[in-house]
Design a protein around this ligand. Structure first.
Ligand SMILES: Cc1ncc(C[n+]2csc(CCOP(=O)(O)OP(=O)(O)O)c2C)c(N)n1
Length: 311
């Protein structure tokens, strides 16, 4: 188990940067750097993290970053890794992209890099909307959530990116959460040792867009795991397993009722007195865990994921 206070704790976020209070992306960036140290070079497409960083000479984040167009992170990281290889430099190239930059506009470059099995780590920092431009819906906004483009609640469920990446049969796929830094740091360190394409999907509750108090980022992140909304798991080519913090939530009776997660977020306020809407979210949780059970028992999880996605 990683001991957090023994990890390097240099100042990675500089004073005066543009993070909002309770920002999950700056928490995640700090854990990333604690895990990978000075070997990590980041590729960041447009999004909150490119704003935290601050474009231009006054960077708010103390490590090397290439800012790149929204749609191009997967391709840019592939090229950067190839250039380092030619130069004999063993930097770890990490894409740090939002949910919009991953599941919507950056999807083709991500899928291409996964299919070519590029030796990079791709991290989707999922705050479940286009936050930087004013809380617009993305393919990863969950069912029922208010955004500035879904005033009465989103009508579609979240696109299941980790399962889509497992279906690509890349060497490593994991989910993580800013509420469980040990787990995230261990997964990053494992990913850094694996050759080929690695995808980590980091759940990142956002106080501004999700409408909760900025002191509650970690609590909301942990509730997502404890209600079964955001299971933590790992796929290593050929095998799928639940991570320790999520194991007990396989049993539905051990899960915190989902209403506890919904009611501390203003973005779900309009559906709290609509049992039929809450039921749809509960069904989504059940379906996710049904998939997890099938993937755990499968001898070929990538094939199983492809079959499930085709249904
Ligand atoms: C091609 C293109 N379209 C739109 C934009 C405007 N834009 C910049 S950041 C952003 C939202 C990013 O959302 P997401 O990827 O979820 O990251 P977050 O801001 O939530 O961290 C948008 C729409 C852009 N920069 N480039």
């Amino acid at each position: 188990m990683v001991i957090i206070h023994k990890l390097p704790n240099r100042r990675y976020g500089m004073p005066g940067n543009a993070s909002c209070p309770g920002c999950p992306e700056s928490m995640g960036l700090r854990y990333l750097k604690m895990a990978l140290g000075d070997k990590a070079v980041l590729v960041i497409p447009a999004g909150c993290s490119s704003v935290i960083q601050g474009i231009g000479p006054k960077s708010g984040i103390n490590f090397p970053i290439l800012n790149i167009a929204f749609a191009a992170a997967g391709a840019a990281a592939s090229g950067m890794k190839a250039a380092f290889e030619v130069q004999g430099k063993d930097y770890i190239v990490v894409v740090w992209a939002g949910d919009g930059g991953t599941a919507d506009i950056g999807f083709q470059a991500l899928s291409g890099a996964a299919e070519r099995n590029e030796d990079i780590i791709y991290i989707c920092v999922d705050n479940e909307a286009y936050m930087n431009t004013g809380i617009q819906r993305s393919g990863l906004t969950p069912y029922g959530a208010w955004t500035t483009t879904t005033w009465t609640g989103k009508k579609e469920h979240k696109k299941n990116m980790p399962f889509i990446l497992i279906a690509h049969d890349v060497p490593y796929v994991a989910t993580a959460s800013v509420g469980y830094p040990h787990d995230f740091i261990e997964k990053l360190r494992k990913a850094a040792k694996i050759k080929g394409f690695k995808y980590i999907h980091l759940h990142a509750p956002d106080p501004v867009g999700w409408r909760f108090d900025s002191s509650l980022t970690v609590k909301v992140a942990q509730l997502a795991v404890q209600t079964g909304m955001w299971p933590l798991f790992e796929y290593e080519r050929g095998s799928f397993k639940l991570s320790p913090f999520s194991k007990k939530y396989k049993d539905p009776s051990k899960r915190v009722p989902v209403i506890e997660y919904l009611k501390i977020q203003g973005r779900f306020k309009h559906l709290l007195n609509k049992p039929e809407e809450i039921k749809k979210i509960e069904e989504y949780i059940e379906r996710t865990w049904w998939w997890i059970d099938l993937l755990e028992r499968s001898t070929n999880p990538a094939k199983t994921a492809r079959e499930l996605l085709n249904k």
